[in-house]
Design a protein around this ligand. Sequence first.
Ligand code: PAF
Length: 289
Amino acid sequence: MQILYTTNDVRTHVAKAKKAGKLIGFVPTMGYLHRGHISLVEESKRHTGYQVMSIFVNRIQFNDANDFNNYPKDLERDFDLARDAGVDLVFVPDEKEMYRNNLTFVDVDVLTKNLCGAHRPGHFRGVFTVVSKLFNIVQPDAAVFGQKDIQQAVSIEKMTADLDFPVRIILAPTVREEDGLAMSSRNKHLNPDERIRALAISRALRKAEEMLSSDERSAAAITAEMTRIIEESSPTKIDYISIVRYGDLDFIDTISEKSVIAAAVFYGATRLIDNMIVETDAGGARCVY
Ligand code: PAF
C-alpha cells in the first residue's frame, strides 16, 4: 500500500493505475477508521480495481473548534486497517497541501437547508469544498459514501452532477454495532452511560419502521413517537428528528414517496446522527437503516 502526502504523487500513481486499465475507487475519510469505513472500501472493490483512500481531518467543515481539536486520530492503526482492507493508496495531505490561501468554496443550495445543514452553519460548504478538491486530485471513477451521513451523500450526488465530475457516487449502508448503535468515530467519546442511552436513537428508528409497517404514514405521528423514545433516554440535546423527501430533503407531512427519517442527538458533548431510508408503495413500506 502506498502512503502518499502530496497531490503530485497521488496523480502520478493514479495515472499509472489508469494506464494499467484499472478503474479507480475512492473512499474519502477523516481517519480513525472503523468497520463502517472498511465496508465502504469493500463496496468500492465491488465496482473498481484500484482503491484510493484519503485521510484528512478537514478543519473547514467543523463549525466547532473543540470538535475539530478533539477529533480522534490514530494514523498508524488507520494504515494497518486500510492495508488489511486492500486499499492500494492512502493519501494523507496536511493542511498546507490542501489549502493554500483557499478563496474558492463549493456549496449546494436547497439540499443543505434542513437537517444537519440547519444546525451546523458552514459544515457542508467545508465538506463539498474538500470533496471537490479530492475528486480533482484523485480523479476516481467511483466514490463511496455512507448512508449514515445521508445529507452529505445526497448533496454530493447533486454536486457531482451539477459540476460534471466524471465520478459515479455509490451509497453504502450504515454499519452498526451489534446492539444497533450506528458506527462513528465519535462513539469513542461516549462514556459507558451515554453509550447505553444513545441506543435510543436506533430504537426510535425501529419504532418508526414498526409504525410504517402498521400503515402509519403521518410524519407528525412518527416523529412524536420517536421523540418520546429519545427523550426517555435523557439526551443532552435533540438537534432534530425529521422526516424529509429523499429527492430534495424537504420536510413532508405524509410519507408517500422515497423519504428519509433522520435524527441528530447529543449525549454529553457527543453529537450522533442516524437515519433510515423509506420507500413505500401499494405493497407497504421498506426501510433501510
Ligand atoms: O464523511 C466524512 O468523513 C467527511 O465529511 C469527508 C467526506 C471525508 C469530507 O471531509
